[in-house]
Structures are given as C-alpha cells and as structure tokens.
Design a protein. Structure first.
Lengths: 429, 317
C-alpha cells in the first residue's frame, strides 16, 4: 500500500524513493533547527560540533565492527557520533569557563582537535581494510544514493522526531532567541534550553551524516535558515520557510546526485540550498540586494526631483512672467545625473503630473508649481529650525537642510511649522 | 656509507617530518595574528573557502606548479572576505551565520570540483582535503654521505618540502619587515591610520598570508587540520603570556613540539605496541597540538580577574 502510494508521487525504485523522502524530511528538520541556531547566533558552534562527530563515529565502528565483530549497524555508529558531538559541546563550555580563551578561538580548537582524532582513528580503519566495506567514507562527503531503504527509514523517523521535538518547545526557543533574560522569568532557564538546542542540532547533524556528510552537514543547517531570514521578520514564517527551503534543497539535491554519477550528494545538496540562498539574497523584498538597489535609486530620484522643482521655483520667483518652460539640459546637469537617471527623472515628473520633458525643455504644470512651492517652504523651514535649535554654523545650514528635507512628509512639516510659530510667539512675548 | 636504517629513515620519514615542522611553524606564526586580532573564525572560514581556488589552480596548471594554486587560493580568500562582508552588512545577517553560509558554499563547490577532477586523474583527490598526503612525500636519498648534500641529490627532494621551507623563510622575513605595522594594526587601527598606514591594506595582506599558509599546508595536512596548526599553538601561547614577543616565540615552540611528539607517535607508536600499522600523521599532530593546551594552561598565567572576566564572557554570549 505504502509502496504503491510512494511510486505514485516519487520517481525511481523503492530504494531511491525512500532516500528522496528521508532526505527531504532531513531538510525540513535542518531548516527548523538551523533557524533556531542562526537566531540564537550559534551557527559556528555547531560547525565545530558537526566536525567533532567524526571521532565518535569512527570509534563506534572500531569498537563494534573491528573489535566485537558485529555487522555494521547504523544506530550504533550514529550513537557514537552523537556522543562525541555532545562531548565537544562540553569541551567548548569547559574551555570557555576555565581559560581566558575567547569563544571564536575555542570553536576552532575543538573543531580541529576532534577532527584530527577522527582522522587518526580513520587511518586505523583503513589498515583494517574494512573502511570501504563499512561505508565509513560515505559519512565524510555524504552518499545518499548508497543508503539502504532501512537506513533511510531510520533517518526519516529521526528527522520527523527532531522536527516534532523542536515544535514542542517552540515557545521556549522563541523566548531564548529573542529575549533570554525574559525567558528566565518564564520558567525554563536559558542554560537548559541552550543545551537542549545544541543537543537538537547535533542530533540533526548526526542523522544527516550518511546522506550529506560530516563536512557539509552544518551548511545544510545554516544555509536554508539564512535564506529564509531574507524574506521575513517573523519567527514562525522564518521557520516554515526554512523548513520548506531545506526540504526542497534536500529533494532536488538528492535527485540530482542520484541522476548523475560522480556528484557527491552532500556537495550537491548544499549547493542546491546555496542557489536558494543566492536567489533570496538577490531578490528578497526589504533585505535583498536588488530591493536595496531599487530603494537607493528611488531615493536618489526623489532627491533629484525635489531639487529640480526647487530650482524651477527659484527662477519663477525671480521671473514670474516666464512661460513655465525651462531648458532641460541646465536643470538636469545641475543634478549631476547620468542619462538613464535623467530619463527616469523625466518619467517620474510625468507620472506624478508635475510636468513633462519635450525636446530640450521641461514644462511644468500647476501641480508641479504648488509642489515646488511646498518643497521650498520645507527647505526654508528646516533651515530656520536648524538655525534656532542646532549649533550648526550658518554656512552649513543649507546643506544640512538639503539632506533632511527629503524625509519631511506633510504631517511632520505641519508639526515643524507649528513648532516654529510657537517659537516666534515666545520670542514676541 | 649511510647505514641502512638511517637511509630508510631518510627516505620515508625525514622529508614528511621536516615538511610538517616547517608548515607548522609558518601556520603558528600567522595564527598569532588571528588569535590576537580575534579573527580565529576567519582562519576557520579561509581554510574551508580556499578549496575551490586550490582546485582551480590545480586544473589550470595541470601540473604540480605551485604558483597558480597560490593565486587561486588568494582569489578565493579575497572573494570570501568580500562576500562575507556583503552578506553581513547588506543582508544584515549576523557575522557567524554569514561566514558559515559563504565558506560552506565555497567549500561544497570545491568538493564537487575535486570529485569531478579526480575522475580525470589529476593528482588530487577528496582524501587529500581530509588529511593531506604527508606520508607520500618520499625521497630517494643517495647512499653515501658525500652525495647527501650534493645538488643532484637535493634537487630530487619533493616539491612540497621545498615550498614549505621557502615559504617559511618568506613569511619570517615578511613578519620581520612588517612587524610594527602588523602589531599597530592588530591593536589600534585608528592609531595606525593616523600614522599613515592603511588598516585595510594590511588586513588584506595578513589574510592573504593566512590563505598562503593554508595552501602550503594543504598538501601536508589537508583543509581542515590546518585549523589546528593555525590556532592551537597560538592559543597555547595566549594561555602563557601577555607579552607579544614571547607570544610569538612560545607559539613556535608549541608548533615544533606538536610535530616532534605527534609525528613519531603516529609513525612508530602503534608498532611499538606491536601493531603493524601507522596512524595518520596529520591527524595525530592536530590532536597533540590541541592536547598541548593542557600543560600550557597548567603552567600558564592566571588572570587576576579571570573569574570575573570569564563570567562576563559567558553571560555576553
């Protein structure tokens, strides 16, 4: 029944389907745990812990397979990995508590020392000649395709379990991420919650070892979370998005690495999530590069427009009889714009109904003139305000007012006007 | 005549051992700056992130020529530093996470490239990333003492060995020449600026030197164990002194100690216990350099206000 259902929605043989399903579940768990880590600023601690799972993994292999002669048992191997990861967390805490070394340094020390131990132990396994048979090499760079269906089932259950565990403590974790001191009042101590969070993270790392590998598993935790961070400022939305991105990266990456030989699963999955990250970083609203760029252009345009209108108003005041027609080249070169910006500026004027550009002239409408008048008032008001309320030298007033006036909306302008009038009244008395 | 046993030692162990010593000293020297400038994570990030640069260098040169690899690694580390900065400031992502994202994507790219290249039989494989190839640095020394130091014998030394010693000399001279600049920038960037130095240029120079250390160490100990070589000796020195000169001296002593204990332990330890095998020298050296923190801690200075400081450290994190 289940197998039939599976083959309806997923490609490939049963084994491949199970791998796809479990890697997707892993991605979901990674996204959730990773979001918590990123928000709690623990990303690189987990980098150390994930490298530190290697000695435990290899030691468990040496003990159970090499010495006791058991057949390879995934649960035992992963338990070893989990234990050494948690020991590394203790080592980090200990070094921080008892020595003068700082956290960044301690992370590097624990990462490299534990990994060194893992490599030394791995050389024993290679001498025993069973390393490749036991598939220990797969745990380094990840080999999703080589997983058996039963291993995939274990991974699937553990990933779902981790996701559920994280959801159960979501409220507590949320407090921990945003306001650890307040959380203290709320009941569970931040210390215990922090340990729980790190344990959860190491657990997710460990269940992903076979598919993604020791070296890249931490990337699979962090990258979906950071990608999700670009899209939202809300905790719950970020978690859901990160879970979705993690799941999608796992699914797509596993399909890609299964379809082409010689593409290590871990690297492909991480690079897939890297694509999600890059897209998010570029196009996300608010935090994305593109939107930041557009915002900057808009602001530039608005400033240029304000200056242009004010310029026109000045010449109108000196020569009220003029035909409301101004040489565009003079006005535009004054704003120090390149030709694309000139184009956008004239578009903007037309769109707002302030005027339009025809040939080498700019015509201005009544609306444009009233706007120009208001802008000039704003500017003068700012100058006046600054001259009364700040220590700025008179020669700097114009420039400072130039910088500030663009942020002045009508509400604020009215307030300012009132403040200045009050001041005048005071001075009059 | 060179006795047979000594000849074996020379051909099997002498070159890897000395390569490890020179590499460890170079890394320890630059590690001091990472530790003092609180840039340890940058060492972590660069060591992972230069991998694609190294691989591209290998592909471009197609040979064992060192220069393209250095250039590739330097470019990769520069890209990393710039990208981390963009993600952090433009994307407003916390520094640890932005570092983690950037260097792990670069590293994954490097791993993918290595797997593709390995299929084309270029002298580079994924295992090298893990533990280097220290054990493969064989040398066929001549059989007589007279020939030992002749040009013809020395010119057959493995290139990795030659590069490690040349780089150490280069690095030592650079540090000697820029001693004052490096220190002022490390401790007081604004003061450096007022003296007409550019903190940015010197920072870039330091990071390029760290990237070079990673490249030199790549063939010897791989991408990850180099972190131990960079950070552990300097951390041990940090536990024992507050004086800058002593700091550098101690870090060199600890790096040499790590290799002097670690290498023989890996090569001869198991056979001394009756097992016919040897451990990974690179891994063992990394473990020993980490364990050397313990004597450094026991012999080291205790801050008068260390308890207070540690508590502050714990609460601020």
């Amino acid at each position: 029944m289940f197998k039939e259902w599976l083959s309806l929605v997923l490609p490939g043989a049963y084994n491949t389907q199970m791998v796809l399903l479990s890697v997707t579940a892993l991605g979901v768990a990674s996204g959730i745990a990773g979001s918590l880590l990123v928000l709690r600023k623990r990303a690189l601690v987990v980098d150390a812990l994930s490298h530190a799972t290697l000695p435990g993994l290899v030691a468990a292999y040496l003990l159970f397979v090499g010495i006791l002669g058991y057949s390879r048992n995934l649960t035992l191997l992963l338990s070893g990995a989990l234990i050494s990861g948690l020991l590394a967390a203790q080592a980090i805490q200990g070094l921080l508590r008892f020595t003068r070394l700082r956290e960044d340094l301690v992370i590097g020390i624990v990462l490299s020392t534990y990994f060194g131990l893992g490599i030394a132990l791995l050389s024993i396994v290679q001498v025993l000649g069973r390393g490749s048979e036991g598939g220990l090499n797969h745990f380094i760079y990840g080999q999703a395709a080589a997983m058996s269906a039963s291993d995939a089932w274990i991974m699937f259950y553990c990933a779902v379990g981790a996701a559920i565990l994280a959801s159960l403590f979501l409220k507590e974790f949320r407090l921990l991420c945003f306001d650890a001191d307040f959380g203290k009042v709320g009941g569970m101590s931040p210390g215990i919650l922090d340990s729980l969070l790190l344990t959860l993270a190491v657990f997710v790392v460990v269940i992903g070892l076979q598919a993604v590998g020791v070296l890249l598993m931490v990337a699979f935790l962090i990258i979906p979370a950071v990608a999700a961070r670009f899209w939202t400022e809300r905790f719950s939305t970020m978690l859901i998005l990160a879970a979705a991105i993690g799941g999608a990266s796992g699914f797509i990456g596993a399909i890609l690495s299964a379809s082409f030989s010689g593409f290590p699963a871990g690297a492909v999955i991480v690079l897939t999530s890297g694509v999600f990250f890059t897209i998010s970083f570029l196009i996300a609203p608010r935090r994305g590069l593109l939107s930041a760029f557009i915002r900057r252009i808009r602001l530039q345009m608005r400033i240029a427009e304000d200056h242009l209108l004010r310029e026109i108003y000045q010449s109108l005041k000196t020569d009220p009889a003029s035909s409301r027609r101004y040489p565009a080249s003079d006005l535009l070169t004054l704003q120090d714009l390149d030709w694309t910006s000139e184009f956008w500026l004239s578009q903007r004027l037309r769109r707002k109904g302030y005027g339009h550009k025809a040939g080498d002239s700019i015509f201005i409408t009544d609306l444009g003139i009233s706007r120009a008048k208001r802008l000039t008032e704003h500017h003068e008001m700012w100058e006046q305000y600054l001259s009364q309320h700040s220590d700025l030298d008179a020669s700097h007033l114009h420039h400072s007012a130039d910088l500030a006036e663009h942020a002045l909306d009508d509400d604020l302008a009215d307030k300012l006007k009132k403040a200045l009038q009050d001041k005048d009244v005071e001075a009059g008395q | 005549m060179i006795p047979q046993s000594l000849h074996t030692l020379l051909s099997l162990d002498a070159v890897p051992f000395l390569t490890a010593v020179f590499t460890a000293i170079s890394c320890a020297l630059m590690g001091n700056y990472l530790v003092l400038r609180r840039l340890s994570l940058m060492g972590d990030a660069i060591s992972h992130a230069v991998l694609p640069g190294i691989v591209i260098g290998f592909i471009v040169s197609g040979t064992r020529s060192a220069l393209p690899v250095f250039v590739g690694a330097a470019i990769a580390s520069l890209i990393t530093v710039v990208l981390v900065d963009i993600v952090r400031h433009r994307g407003k992502i916390e520094s640890g996470a932005s570092m983690g994202v950037v260097f792990s994507i670069m590293f994954a790219g490097g791993v993918l490239m290595i797997e593709r290249v390995a299929a084309r039989n270029i002298d580079l494989d994924a295992d090298c990333v893990l533990h280097g190839q220290l054990e493969t640095f064989f040398w066929h020394p001549p059989t007589t003492w007279a020939e030992l130091f002749s040009w013809s014998a020395l010119s057959t030394l493995p290139m990795e060995f030659v590069v490690s010693i040349l780089f150490l000399i280069f690095l030592a001279i650079s540090i000697y020449v820029f001693w004052k600049e490096f220190l002022i920038v490390s401790f007081d960037g604004e003061h450096a600026y007022s003296l007409g130095m550019s903190p940015r240029v010197i920072h870039a120079l330091q990071m390029a030197l760290v990237a070079s250390c990673v490249v030199v160490a790549f063939r010897a100990v791989g991408s990850i164990l180099v972190i131990a070589m960079l950070l552990c000796p300097a951390a041990a020195a940090r536990l024992m002194t507050d004086r800058i000169g002593t700091h550098f001296l101690l870090s060199v002593v600890f790096s040499i100690l790590a290799v002097f204990i670690g290498y023989p332990l890996a090569s001869f330890g198991p056979s001394a216990l009756g097992y016919e095998m040897s451990l990974s020298a690179a891994g063992t050296i990394a473990v020993v350099s980490g364990l050397l923190l313990l004597p450094a801690f026991l012999l080291g200075i205790q801050d008068r206000n260390s308890i207070l400081e540690n508590q502050q450290k714990l609460t601020t994190h």
